[in-house]
Design a protein around this ligand. Sequence first.
Ligand SMILES: [Zn+2]
Length: 323
Amino acid sequence: MVVPFAAIFGQAEDCDRILMSGLQVLLVAGTHGNEINGPWLLDQWSQTPELINTHGVGVVPVIGNPEALALGQRYLDCDLNRSFRLDLLRSPSILDREVVRAKQLLSFFGPEGSTPCQIVIDLHSTTAAMGSTLVVYGRRPADLALAALIQARLGLPIYLHDGDADQQGFLVERWPCGLVIEIGPVPQGLLKACIIEQTRLAVQACLKVLSSVSSGLATYPDQFVVHSHLGSLDLPRNTLGHPAACVHPYLQGRDWQPLQVGAPLFLRPDGEVFRFEGRDSPIPVFINEAAYVEKQIAMSLTYREVCPLPEQWQGALQQLVDC
Ligand SMILES: [Zn+2]
């Protein structure tokens, strides 16, 4: 089920305003139905249009997984944000509701859809103490140019997720340009004022940046910082596959702080401590993220990269914005 524009914005005149401009930014909330702050922000925005200044950019707001949101569940059959794999999208026999929904979103709002959008912003929340984070999948020039501009404006960290064969099929990958705005910490299913406000500010900054690109006034940084995905750690498990230890209390909440040799990672009930024995001080993120329990991920590790921002990347974003 697609939430119609009118259901989001309430008034037909607002819909007309949105659909008139060239660039259309798809603003998705509720891709995971138990992350309710983004959907709540969109709902409030529909009632109070001045809540978010779009800076003249056309925005198409949509609830990613309305059925899961109505039930307060992350998903119904499978994770919508892993359902955009090409093999799933091309298979007529896979009837998982999230895969069907992924196809539907693309048919409506994909680059070849009935209401084509060139850029997608996907709003998420995390139970981890990550603060506000931009998540980019792969190293597409337009994605990185956009993320660099937002980072220059707000100072947000960029988590660059690529090269993980176990984690594929993210929503934003099916649009020419897109990124995730991830805000935490907040429990699943809980509204929290500071999370809503951080989400609002991040969305507004993103639209401001796109507006500046559109008007040719964007000031690109020479370089930007990304935290590139290295891999993920699972909890220690017993022979039955059950957790034998939990995240060490010292580590809980220390996202973005480099792991030194000997740092406590996991704690067993008998007091035994599992310590980090690797090298190069990787930087942990998504520590004890509730949604990743089922994926057997206790945290992911990253390394910090300072990347130059080539002019061609700026051109890639400009080309999309000038569509
Ligand atoms: Zn999510």
